[in-house]
Write a protein that binds this ligand. Structure first.
Ligand code: DTR
Ligand code: CA
Ligand code: ZN
Ligand code: ZN
Length: 434
């Protein structure tokens, strides 16, 4: 079956987004973080009822390319337009059908520090998709409405997204991210993803991607006295992967899909051991009856807590602290080393013992790649060795180098060499923070 997705625009390197929370001494004091409001479970469930009605009126589903999906988009957009959001519909084509992403910007905040929360709005063709993923869509919607009710004016700029065609391979979120110019990607402080957050036999799983985001959710649940686990049912299996793949800090929550709850998990979370977290995953019984209210309520409140908390403060380092190069530098397959130069000026004395090196290398087999930081005097600091067993894609990492014996000013280089045949890539960006 042929399909065409938004043609990938030629993307230049995306500068790595800053760490979500300020690195010591690198941020203005955050505005007082007000406590997030409670997100009323009844309001979230009212959206679920609407999504259920939409599915029932449109062939029983809300899948990509079907009328129930567009009706779902129109419902969410109507609520946001009425609440003062600047909304936009992004279209894409997949499997010969038009898909839609809905993007909603809350006016205000630092346009160079965008905090985004999102959820996929599509279901599979098999059913209404209430847990998967009307729950995430409704919690994000109700949090956005709570921002409007509170007339929140956070330091960062808030953006919300509802994705199409996630069930077909993260198609909508990939189209969105790949359509972002690199300068726009670099403005992201983080992306929060919510996909299946009301499973009937729930677990409480926190994505273990960006540490600052993960900590925000874990602290919230610790405050409730609810233990959490790291989400492991599938790295890369939801829309946060589209953002992570271009170096944007991500996080999120999940209550489980087809995996089975263990006895130990039932002991700490309640529910039924030996039973799937969601027995109706991707089936027709994923209806409004397929929800655990406590899990949905807790997670909806956690969404609001994360938005209120992570949108406060700025992470723009003061001038003269960070220097970066976002130009793409192709790395020849199994060939000579190449470099991405970073010119440092205005510093005094030597570099610090904890020089931070943010690296983003796009590659289809990262074990092929050796990375070095080369100081202005030519001294090389090994950042990453090759590995014949690390077949994963991309290198998105932060290294700390003791560069205290090096003069700070001058041209530093990220040197990359592909030392094994097949698989290629390029240096996407490098940033030094002093
Ligand atoms: N791919 C999601 C379900 C899913 C599986 N693993 C995870 C991990 C984190 C979020 C979601 C999921 C879907 O079917 O929409
Ligand atoms: Ca609540
Ligand atoms: Zn889902
Ligand atoms: Zn799904």
């Amino acid at each position: 079956m042929t399909h065409s997705v938004l043609r990938r625009t030629a993307t230049t390197a995306a500068a790595l987004a800053g760490l979500l929370l300020a690195t010591p001494g690198a941020s203005a004091a955050p505005a007082q973080i007000a406590a997030a409001p409670d997100i009323p479970l009844a309001s979230v469930k009212a959206h679920l009822t609407q999504f259920q009605s939409i599915a029932t009126a449109n062939g029983g589903n809300r899948a990509h390319g079907r009328p129930g999906y567009r009706a779902s988009i129109d419902y969410v957009k109507g609520k946001l337009d009425a609440a003062g959001y600047t909304t936009s519909l992004q279209t894409f084509t997949y499997n010969g059908a038009t898909g839609y992403n809905l993007i909603a910007d809350w006016p205000g905040g630092d346009p160079n520090q965008v905090l985004m929360a999102g959820a996929h709005l599509d279901s599979t063709t098999s059913g209404p998709g209430i847990n998967d993923n009307a729950t995430g869509s409704a919690a994000v919607l109700e949090t956005a409405l709570a921002v409007s009710r509170a007339q929140l004016q956070p330091d960062k700029h808030l953006r919300f997204g509802w994705w199409g065609a996630e069930e077909l391979g993260l198609v909508g979120s990939k189209a969105y991210v790949n359509g972002l110019p690199s300068a726009e990607r670099a403005k992201f402080a983080g992306y929060l993803n919510f996909d299946m957050i009301g499973s009937p036999n729930p677990g409480y799983f926190v994505y273990d991607d960006d540490p600052a985001i993960e900590k925000t959710f874990k602290d919230y649940y610790a405050g409730l006295g609810v233990p959490t686990e790291i989400e492991t049912e599938g790295d890369g299996r939801s829309d946060h992967a589209s953002f992570k793949n271009v170096g944007i800090p991500v996080g999120g929550l999940f209550t489980g899909a087809s995996r089975t709850k263990t006895a130990a998990q039932a002991q700490k979370w309640g529910g039924t051991s030996g039973q799937a977290f969601d027995r109706c995953y991707h089936t027709s019984c994923d209806t409004t009856a397929n929800i655990n209210d406590t899990a949905l309520d807790r997670n909806s409140d956690a969404v609001a807590h994360a938005i209120w908390t992570l949108s406060a403060g700025t992470t723009t380092p003061p001038p003269g602290t960070s220097f970066e190069n976002t130009a793409d530098v192709a790395i020849p397959d199994n060939g000579a080393a190449v470099s991405s130069p970073v010119t440092v000026t205005g510093r005094t004395g030597n570099a610090p013992s904890t020089l931070k090196v943010d690296v983003n290398v796009v590659h289809t087999y990262r074990g092929d790649v050796v990375l070095d930081l080369v100081a202005p005097d030519g001294s090389a600091y090994r950042l990453k060795n090759s590995s014949s067993s690390d077949s994963a894609d991309n290198i998105v990492a932060t290294y700390t180098v003791n560069a205290s014996s090096e003069v700070a000013n001058g041209t530093w280089r990220l040197r990359a060499q592909d030392v094994a045949a097949q698989d290629t890539g390029y240096i996407n960006s490098v940033r030094l923070t002093f």
